[in-house]
Design a protein around this ligand. Structure first.
Ligand code: PAF
Length: 290
């Protein structure tokens, strides 16, 4: 197996990517904040199939954390992450420092406005979050110039916004979503799960149970989906609901029939968790389940 190269500067990145760019070999980028888990491995495996060159960025992006959020305690374990990348045959890991991504400082320079969608759902609780996410991704896309960029469906709103950014800015990057990877009991894998103590970990699975209850009621329409999911969350101990929403797949208003997305965010202890599932509403659901 070839060795994974680790680069920290823009000059090193350019030098290593130049041959593949000259050969027009498609680059697949998996942007991450490190603390890699099996959900990231799923991204890496899909990316490996899509691109000739697989690049992973590891950067805990300060601008997507609001003051008082978990920027300082966000898990960091570069050695372990590099071993994961090596075992998944990643070609290049880019580990920039804050100064090279934000030469004007984290409060200066040009930023990307996510528009109205950036203020809904996650954005209602975290109004500056998606500006930070899209801004860092615009920079990473400019530096790496990927043909493919891969994101987990667990952060569904993030995925929708990155797709919208690529479309609106007419970038050639193909934004690909990869289904959520779950623990055996259904909890969505997340770097933040490690903040949960044993009791909180038991409570956290209520998000998954709520989503499943919603899906089971899809044949009876949107109101039934939301009512079933709310019932599970209301009965769950230690879970403080932020939002539960049913939307169309692009996060617009839900239609009575057909494809939809059920999204949930809740705090368990001091940890904020999000999850979502696809839902097939109305008669479509009845036909799908026979
Ligand atoms: O999903 C994440 O880990 C981050 O939001 C991302 C896409 C790497 C941007 O910092």
């Amino acid at each position: 197996m070839t060795r994974t190269a680790v680069v920290r500067t823009v000059a090193e990145l350019n030098e290593l990517l130049l041959p593949s760019q000259l050969a027009m070999s498609p680059v697949a980028l998996v942007p991450t904040m490190g603390a890699l888990h099996d959900g990231h491995r799923a991204l890496l495996r899909t990316a490996r199939e899509l691109g000739d060159v697989l690049v992973v960025s590891i950067f805990v992006n300060p601008t997507q954390f609001a003051p008082g959020e978990d920027l300082e305690r966000y898990p960091r374990d570069l050695d372990r992450d590099l071993r994961t990348c090596q075992s998944e045959a990643v070609d290049l890991v880019y580990v920039p420092d804050v100064e090279s991504i934000y030469p004007e400082g984290i409060h200066g320079g040009i930023t990307v406005d996510p528009g109205e969608l950036g203020l809904l759902f996650e954005g209602a609780s975290r109004p500056t979050h998606f500006r930070g996410v899209l801004t860092v991704l615009a920079k990473l896309f400019g530096l790496v110039r990927p043909r493919y960029a891969l994101f987990g469906e667990k952060d569904y709103q993030q995925l929708a916004l990155v797709r919208a950014m690529a479309r609106d800015f007419a970038w050639r990057v193909e934004v690909t979503g990869v289904p959520t990877v779950r623990e055996p009991d259904g909890l969505a894998l997340s770097s933040r799960n490690r903040y949960l103590d044993d009791v909180e970990r038991e409570s956290a699975v209520a998000l998954w149970h709520a989503l499943r209850a919603g899906v089971r009621n899809a044949g009876d329409g949107a109101a039934a989906v939301l009512a079933a999911a709310h019932e599970v969350l209301a009965a769950a101990e230690g879970v403080r609901l932020d939002y539960l929403a049913l939307t169309d797949p692009k996060l617009g208003p839900v239609t009575a029939q057909g494809e939809a997305r059920l999204l949930v965010a809740a705090a368990v202890g001091s940890t904020r968790l999000i999850d979502n599932v696809p839902v097939l509403l109305g008669n479509a659901a009845k036909h799908a389940t026979g």
